[in-house]
Design a protein around this ligand. Structure first.
Ligand code: PLP
Length: 457
């Protein structure tokens, strides 16, 4: 299996040619999913005792499988949180794979971890956290939120013996990302949700804490605010919430998985004031920092607290904490042991382009949302649900029912034109289906936006 034969060399050239096309393609086709049964009909059984040959497997991938997958960087892919990795980052992802460095320990990955850490240093500088704050790259925002919640909970437990058997509580808002509640299940803590889909305000947190029974107040160990909600780009009252956390001695986590990139954008940076008071922060470079999947990040005010929570022990791991191996071990700060050096593509791209280009590309996403807002305000058939926030915009098509939005999504996608999707907004206990656009790709044009609005006429 490890023989390097001439076939493999030839195939490597084909694969690299495909990768180069993918990286340099200015006009990607918008893939569309097929049913599992349809794919099976086209592809058949690929895992067999003898193997089907690399040529055949690669041809199936190139001709069928990748075409049933959406290129996430398509300029008219404005659904969910899209992505738009730089060409430099995607190219360097190939290098990262080829190098295949074990990124858990400095002993094995020193040079690459050094490079990851340079990118991390820039990320940390955007947050305004004090000296000593640092973080690691994770598989995504979910793992970053989980790692931060574990650090917070273990820190809380370490301070008081009875807490060792106490079930914890985190307070957040219903606008928090679903991963917060999902990860609360993983670590078996309860979630108290402040009932706001709009900006989560300090006064609401105050009220929630006042309403707790004395027993429940004992159990609360963290508050999670959002720095750019996934649905609407809303930034919670980070400053006010931070002050209450300080007063109440609670861990303050800011989930800026989507919005974190905008810390680099001077036009909106002030909206994040207070983030520098956080104990931990989640930022996803694979969302608004133009990294390929998968790359999230978790940053801690005091990394030693995270280390106390996450360091794994085992006799065969002892050597990694030995004097001679001293250095920064990424495994100590999040839940994963063996890890790819997934911060490298971001590092290379940042090193190549410089941080200013990043600022400009992020500002363009914000600008596109403002432009879309103006176009919607000027059009008779659509209206804004709320002013654009960061690079998200929510709007309604007058007279449309939920199924009209759904049909609109399918039609545009099937025609290979655009991937745009509806979402829901809450009015009291009622939900309204509305349209949503989220801009990441700076190459999306004003013409693209106009053409999408046309499809709603
Ligand atoms: C996307 C997102 C997450 C989850 O991140 P993944 O990288 O998908 O795991 C968490 N929080 C927020 C605010 C997000 O936008």
């Amino acid at each position: 299996m490890h023989n390097l034969d001439i076939d493999l060399v030839e195939m490597s050239l084909d694969v690299i040619k495909f990768a180069i096309n993918r990286i340099t393609d200015n006009d990607p086709q918008l893939g569309f999913p097929k049913k599992e049964s349809e794919l099976f009909e086209l592809v058949g059984e690929t895992i067999t005792p003898e193997g089907i040959t690399g040529e055949k497997a690669f041809a199936l991938f190139r001709d069928v499988l990748i075409k049933a997958s959406v290129p996430i960087n398509h300029p008219r892919h404005l659904a969910f949180v899209p992505a738009s990795p730089t060409r430099a980052a995607v190219m360097f992802d190939l290098v990262t794979s080829a190098a295949n460095v074990h990124g858990a320990f400095w002993l094995e990955g020193a040079g690459c971890i050094f490079a990851e850490n340079q990118a991390m240093k820039w990320l940390v500088s955007l947050t305004g956290l004090p000296a000593g704050a640092f973080g690691v790259f994770t598989s995504g925002g979910t793992e970053a939120n989980l790692s931060a919640m574990v650090a917070a909970r273990e820190n809380w437990r370490a301070k008081d013996e009875p807490r060792k058997t106490m079930r914890g509580i985190v307070i957040t808002a219903i606008s928090a990302h679903s991963s917060v509640r999902a990860m609360a299940k993983v670590i078996d803590v309860d979630v108290i949700s402040v009932q706001t889909e709009d900006r989560f305000e300090a006064a609401q947190l105050d009220e929630a804490i006042k309403n707790l029974s004395p027993e429940d107040r004992e159990r609360v160990f963290a508050v999670i605010a959002t720095g750019g909600t996934t649905n609407a780009g809303i930034i919670d009252d980070l400053n006010g919430i931070a002050d209450i956390c300080k007063r109440e001695n609670l861990w303050f986590h800011v989930d800026a998985a989507y919005g974190g990139g905008a810390l680099a954008a001077s036009s909106v940076r002030h909206l994040f004031n207070g983030i520098e008071k956080a104990d931990s922060i989640t930022i996803d470079p694979h969302k608004w920092l133009f990294s390929p999947y998968d790359c999230g990040a978790v940053i801690y005010r005091d990394p030693e607290i995270a280390k106390a929570a996450h360091s794994q022990e085992g006799s065969y791991l002892d050597i990694f904490s030995d004097e001679g191996a001293q250095g920064f071990n990424p495994t100590d700060y999040q839940i994963q042991l063996t890890r790819r050096v997934r911060g490298l593509p971001l590092w290379f791209s940042l090193a190549m382009h410089g941080t200013r280009r990043y600022e400009q590309a992020i500002e363009r996403g914000i600008e596109l949302a403002q432009i879309a807002g103006n176009l919607i305000a000027e059009s008779a058939h659509v209206e804004l649900v709320r002013e654009p926030s960061l690079s998200c915009i929510l709007f309604r098509r007058l007279g449309w029912l939920p199924e009209d939005y759904r049909n609109w999504t399918y039609k545009n996608h099937k025609e290979g034109f655009a991937l745009v999707a509806p979402t829901k907004v809450r009015h009291g206990s009622e939900f309204e289906t509305v349209a949503r656009l989220c801009f990441i790709n700076p190459d999306t044009t004003v013409e693209d936006i106009k053409a999408i609005l046309e499809t709603m006429k």
